[in-house]
Design a binder for this molecule. Structure first.
Ligand code: PLP
Length: 362
């Protein structure tokens, strides 16, 4: 099948095949990675290689720490304020469900201002963010928070807000490794790995050294979420998701061998562009996201008729085009065209859209 699910989502077949080949006996160790102690030198090599490969492909400077944590992106909704809210105030840009959840969670730990929202237009766009930097600096926020790609609504920041001296914190769960990233623009950037960056159960947190050198802002921060402690312990404060990190490493090697993040971006623009081009001339299907805010990872669309949408999704599934049902908050359809979704799958989806439109507009 071609899998368009939003996450967990398609993984490169070669990565899965390698995992399968090594499943019973990893490189002659006589055991599976699943059975290895996380304190063993064999496992430490796997871990170090995953981090080093990620640092190469994402060009992560040495003054940023890379953490491989558990608890999903959701746990970081709390981890971020607990670590970074030194003066107790932060600004949030609310562009969708996950940004709203992060903002609500942060309110438990400090004062939160919503600097902009696109809620009133159904989260169909990234709101105007000019002036955020001046406001953030004048108010003295500890950070400004964004969700860079809104998985459910299919919108994405194509330009980051300027936040001046105030660190920008970004949830990149659904656009991490989909295109080149300038890590130096952020104080902290994080992603649940179950889209482009590996598998469910691993969350990658990349944080600038100086933001964590004094330990967490709030004394109530659980030890597990203490970024300084996790960095000092090499993400092995407790037992990490050993197999998940091993798989992440293989995904990073796959990206590197395929030409790195520039190549990913080219492919992702081509794939999402095929669907957007179709939507722009279609009389039946309408895109949810405003053109200037369109995501290169999650393409959301609908017919406007729930029964037709359901028929489209059923027909797609029968053809092996799975995972195209939209999130319940938006309805309609969503095609997630992450790195591992091949262009042939996207062509098959667009062909089916044309066929379906032909059939239902006569
Ligand atoms: N942020 C974004 C942008 C997401 O797409 C998701 C999940 O899909 C989350 C956060 C929540 O991630 P998790 O399920 O890993 O907690």
């Amino acid at each position: 099948v071609f899998n368009f699910a939003a996450g967990p989502s398609a993984l490169p077949e070669s990565v899965l095949a390698e995992c399968a080949a090594e499943m019973l006996d990893y490189h002659g160790c006589g055991m599976s990675v699943l059975e290895m102690s996380h304190r063993s030198s064999s496992y430490q090599q796997i871990f170090d290689d995953a981090e080093a490969t990620l640092r190469r492909i994402a060009n992560i400077p040495s003054n940023y720490r890379v953490l491989f944590l558990q608890g999903g992106a959701t746990l970081q909704f709390a981890g971020i304020p607990m670590n970074l809210m030194v003066s107790g105030r932060a600004g949030y840009l609310v562009t969708g469900n996950f940004a709203a959840k992060a903002e609500r969670e942060a309110r438990k730990y400090g004062e939160v201002d919503v600097l902009a929202t696109s809620e009133y237009t159904g989260f169909d766009r990234i709101p105007e963010v000019a002036g955020v930097g001046e406001l953030a600096e004048a108010t003295g926020y500890d950070y400004v928070y964004i969700c860079q790609n809104n998985t459910i609504f299919g919108t994405q920041y194509h330009e980051l807000p300027q936040t001046g001296e105030v660190p920008l914190v970004s949830d990149v769960s659904s656009c991490f490794l989909a295109e080149p990233i300038d890590v130096t623009r952020y104080g902290l950037v994080y992603a649940g790995a179950q889209k482009n960056a590996g598998c469910a159960g691993v969350t990658v947190v990349i944080v600038r050294d100086d933001l964590i050198e004094n330990g967490p802002a709030l004394p109530c921060c659980p030890t597990y979420l203490d970024y300084r402690e996790q960095a000092e312990k090499g993400s092995m404060l407790n037992t990490p998701n050993t197999f998940g990190i091993y798989l992440c490493g293989k995904v990073y090697h796959w990206i590197e061998a395929a030409g790195g993040l520039a190549a990913m971006e080219r492919m992702n623009r081509e794939k999402s562009g095929l669907i957007y081009d179709y939507l722009d001339q279609s009389h039946l299907f309408h895109g949810h996201a405003q053109p200037a805010s369109r995501s290169i990872a999650n393409v959301t669309f609908r017919t406007g008729d729930e029964r037709l949408d359901a028929a489209f999704v059923d027909g797609a599934t029968q053809r092996g085009l799975v995972g195209v049902k939209g999130h319940r908050l938006v309805g309609g359809m969503r095609a997630s065209v992450y790195n591992a979704v091949p262009i042939e799958g996207v062509r098959a989806l667009v062909d089916y859209m044309a066929e379906f439109e032909d059939e239902h507009t006569k």
